[in-house]
Design a binder for this molecule. Structure first.
Ligand code: AHR
Length: 501
């Protein structure tokens, strides 16, 4: 099978906003407790943060982390997580039916985010709370000093404002499962009024309104239009959430369908962009609303186990999906889809980061291990820099249960002018055939191949609990204007080239 791509650095989709490689920590399961925070762990620092986990996160190079939820957010009182730890209340978390000790809260998160070199993407509770609690939180975090709440922050150890820029106005407020779920009209009004109040405290904020929590929700479409109609002038982004499952393990054709789910992601993004722009046109606005894809991942492996978890524990094993090799292939493909839509998707958060549907896991022996999905995420977040180039690839296609014309060769190219580096991410979705991959650089001159790796050869159902998965070298040939390689069946590949100045 043959496939090719043309690399044209003048043909730019968009500059890459590094926040596209964000992730998510929710106060849920073992994400925080025994995940990122474990004061009695041998690697814990003076704040109780696990430095072995910090090191793994730094390898991923995550620039932004969404916090504190998620469904958890919609019943959260942020005040519970500040002040002396001994005086913080233990609460029932109704979203996940856990006990929340509040030993990790706002100040701890801000210190921890700094240690992993990430900025926060914070959120206000619009489930059980509203305008006043949100305005108070902005005052506490971002107002310099001289008011009750800003001085309370200073008393609690943070002399300088946190200066948190990006805020979500609630979480999944369209979802019947959400504590304090709302109709589109109810949410739209509350989000707009809350945004107004938050901006009065700090007019530099960037605000994210909740879009639909899934394209499958019956209110999808109507929700987006109602929310944007009300909030257009006071928000900057609309959120999207999408999780993928695998519905029939016994059907061998289902893998083709699973690997085609990037088409669903692309349709979802393009549909929401169309709705944002329809409202823009109707309002005769000059402002463009961009997208924050603030939850995306594969999520289904842990569903059955989660029904057996005893309620009201601290840090239970919840949503602990163990990812296999086919999940890593889909994650690579989804990342490439986000990149191809980088003109409108400015923020995205892999949901989540540690232990809860996560690329990084901690185990009962005190260790840390990397899931299969860690590898494509790490490579895209580290090497996908600069601008995304228009896709000029060709390849045979296939049809699956849900999708038509899925390219066997899924590829995207980025170009970083600062380092004169071209990076090509490429996946072969064919289950048995190798793909001869021709890269045509046109007039551009290749100085050298910096490196080339492939991730392949594992059983699609194999996971990485024993740590056997690793990136391997990818043999490739180059001349001045071309490169050539062979993409193995079911493989994720990355090639990086230095151009001649
Ligand atoms: O990420 C897990 C959960 O998925 C989040 O809490 C919620 O927002 C979504 O339904």
């Amino acid at each position: 099978m043959q496939g090719s791509t043309k690399i044209q650095i003048q043909d730019v989709v968009a500059p890459i906003d590094r926040r596209l490689y964000g992730a998510f920590i929710e106060q849920l399961g073992r994400a925080v407790y025994t995940g990122i925070y474990q004061p009695d762990h041998p690697t814990a620092d003076s704040d109780g943060f696990r430095t072995d986990v910090i090191d793994a996160i730094k390898t991923l190079n995550v620039p932004l982390i969404r916090y504190p939820g998620g469904n958890f957010l919609s019943q959260y009182r942020w005040e519970d997580g500040i002040g002396p730890k001994s005086q913080r209340p233990v609460r029932l978390d109704l979203a996940w039916r856990e006990l929340e000790t509040n030993q990790f809260g706002l100040h701890e998160f801000m210190r921890w985010a700094d240690k992993v070199n990430a900025v926060p993407n914070m959120a206000v509770n619009l489930g059980t709370r509203g305008i006043q609690a949100a305005a108070d939180l902005i005052e506490y975090c971002n107002f310099p000093k001289g008011t009750y709440l800003s001085d309370l922050r200073r008393q609690n150890g943070a002399e300088h404002p946190f200066a948190i820029k990006t805020w979500c106005l609630g979480n999944e407020m369209d979802g019947p499962w959400e504590i304090g779920a709302k109709s589109a009209g109810e949410y739209a009004h509350l989000a707009n009024e809350t945004a107004k109040a938050m901006r009065r405290v700090d007019d530099t904020l960037e605000l994210v309104a909740c879009g639909s929590s899934s394209m499958d929700n019956p209110t999808f479409g109507n929700w987006e239009e109602t929310v944007l109609d009300a909030c257009y002038d006071n928000v900057d982004y609309l959120s999207l959430h999408r999780y993928y499952g695998y519905y029939n393990d016994d059907d061998p054709t289902e893998l083709d369908n699973f690997l085609g789910k990037n088409h669903d992601l692309d349709d979802f993004i393009k549909g929401v962009v169309a709705m944002c722009d329809a409202v823009k046109a109707r309002k005769r606005s000059t402002k463009t609303i961009n997208l924050s894809f603030d939850e995306w991942n594969v999520w289904y492996h842990s569903n059955d186990a989660d029904t057996q978890v005893t309620p009201w524990q601290v840090g239970p094993h919840l949503l602990e999906d163990i990812y296999n090799f086919e999940d890593a292939l889909l994650i690579g493909s989804l990342l490439m889809t986000l990149l191809r839509n980088a003109d409108r998707v400015k923020i995205a958060c892999l949901a989540q980061l540690v232990n809860v549907i996560a690329p990084i896991m901690t185990d009962e022996n005190g260790g840390v291990w990397r899931q299969s999905i860690f590898y494509p995420f790490m490579q895209v977040a580290n090497y996908g820099q600069g601008v995304v180039l228009t896709d000029h690839s060709t390849s045979p296609t296939y049809n699956s249960r849900e999708f038509t014309d899925v390219a066997y060769l899924d590829t995207v190219t980025t170009y970083d002018a600062a380092t004169q580096t071209v990076t090509v991410f490429a996946e072969n979705k064919h289950q048995t055939e190798t793909l001869d991959f021709e890269l045509n650089f046109g007039e551009l001159m290749i100085d050298r191949l910096l490196d080339a790796t492939q991730f392949y050869g594992y059983d699609v159902k194999a996971d990485n609990r024993d740590g056997h998965m690793q990136l391997q070298p990818l043999p490739a040939r180059t001349d001045t204007h071309h490169a050539h390689t062979k993409l193995q069946p079911l493989s994720w590949n990355v090639l990086r080239f230095k151009l001649r100045d």
